[in-house]
Write a protein that binds this ligand. Sequence first.
Ligand code: 0XW
Ligand code: MG
Length: 368
Amino acid sequence: MKISEIHIYQKDLPIVDGPYTMSTITLHSIDTTIVKILTDTGLTGWGEVTPLGPNYQPQHAMGARAAIAHMAPGLIGQSCLDHLLLRRHMDGLLDGHNYAKAAIDIATMDLVGKHHGVRVCDLLGGAVSERLPAYYAVGIGSPTDTANIAVDKIKQGYNRLQFKIGGRDISTDIEVMQKVWETVGHKVQLVADANRGLTAAQAKQFSVGCRNIPLVMEQPCNTMEEVKSIRSQVCHPLAIDENLESVHDVLRAISMDVADAFGLKITRLGGINAMVTVRDICEARRIPHSMEDTWGGDIVSAAILHVSATVKPELLESVWTSGNYIDEHYDPDNGIAVDGGYFEVPKGVGLGVTPDEGRIGQLVASYS
Ligand code: 0XW
Ligand code: MG
């Protein structure tokens, strides 16, 4: 089975009940890139990558499309049954740019699953879970509004809630978390995610101010070195997320003993197969981790669920997709969204989603 055509689409994803506010960015709509790969056997595979705006991390939507456009001519005629050889071929065409390569990797695995008549998770060692715990991410807000959202999300069945902090007076973040704790307390796992927005001093101040709350501090500071510097001075477990841009970074984080858990984003790491490598490293070192991505629609969301289905349950902290923040599913019959606090792993072969081509935005480039 060889690649015969590659088509690149662009679509804006308006944020339902937006804007989505984090320590460093506020977003109203997010630009996604969808890749459609056709093969000489008549199969179609789908991939997607959705950077979270141009300054969340060193990735951006136009950069993804430019990277894919650069590689596409060199991918025509390549076998898509050999994902490792294809990734090495992509590395020979373009150094780095894991996030752009992820869209190709996801489409490739969709095709391999369809070729063999199995789901993607069945290609990754097998699903141990068909129902996956979801978490909800609550944007920056006031103490009362945030606590009210927490109450509502717990009623919807979530048992893990992430609260964005940073980008304002740290005492306000402490006030928000104390209000949430007072309102919902022991009913749910609590995470405070600064998305790199705190200084080491602010992170220590936040931990002291919330020492009565059993929360996880996620990516408090900008670099692994800063997170490492506070690790022995805070009274909360630490998770890192944005610092993990590659398998190398995961190995470096482990060698530095920088955190207690990881937040893993599938496209940032390089796609399904890179995420599986990190899954196995985390299993070997018994490191709990969440499975997620920056943003995106049903295609990347399905990819997240298929890898998540194979994670050892005791290490799977939770799963996040943007399915509940977007206003339209690509696949009207198998859209990916949380139901009662859980995701169901797609049942169809490949990714298990079939985008309606009227819902995937505009065609911006084609290669054959
Ligand atoms: C909550 N998320 C998975 C959604 C946004 O991409 C940010 C991210 C996070 O955990 O930082
Ligand atoms: Mg995070």
